[in-house]
Design a protein. Structure first.
Length: 135
């Protein structure tokens, strides 16, 4: 994989159609992606004193964090609605090289802040809630 600009992440939310029609979350300044996995130990007397782990075992999860300037877009309004209702929606994260990571996510945190120079910003955290597809 070649070096990529950190500013080149693009977060989109689905309109709810099948196949998904994507709408870009505007005003993003920073995006973070974290992939986590739980280890399932299968260590036994034949492990020779070394911990052994089950390949493919445990739950995997992805957390997406984003911050940006609120612009009042339809995508931002849809995220606010999902956060208030506690409902899932489909999101996709697009990388600079064209790869995408898409699937169901839950808005687990949405913060709005107002600054002295009239800028209104947001911080958003999404937690994966099902199978994600990497293309």
């Amino acid at each position: 994989m070649t070096a990529q600009s950190g500013a080149s992440f693009l977060l989109q939310i689905s309109h709810g159609a099948t196949p998904p029609a994507w709408q870009t979350v505007a005003g993003m300044r920073a995006t973070k992606l974290a992939i986590s996995g739980q280890a399932v130990a299968i260590t036994n007397s034949a492990s020779g004193g070394w911990r052994a782990l089950l390949s493919g075992g445990g739950a995997r999860s992805v957390t997406i964090g984003a911050t940006g300037i609120f612009q009042g877009s339809a995508a931002e309004a849809q995220i606010l609605g999902r956060a208030l209702a506690g409902t899932l929606d489909r999101y996709q994260l697009i990388f600079a090289d064209g790869h995408t990571l898409a699937g169901p996510f839950l808005v687990t945190r949405l913060d709005y802040t107002g600054d002295y120079n009239n800028e209104r910003s947001y911080a958003l955290t999404l937690e994966s809630a099902g199978v994600l597809v990497w293309t």
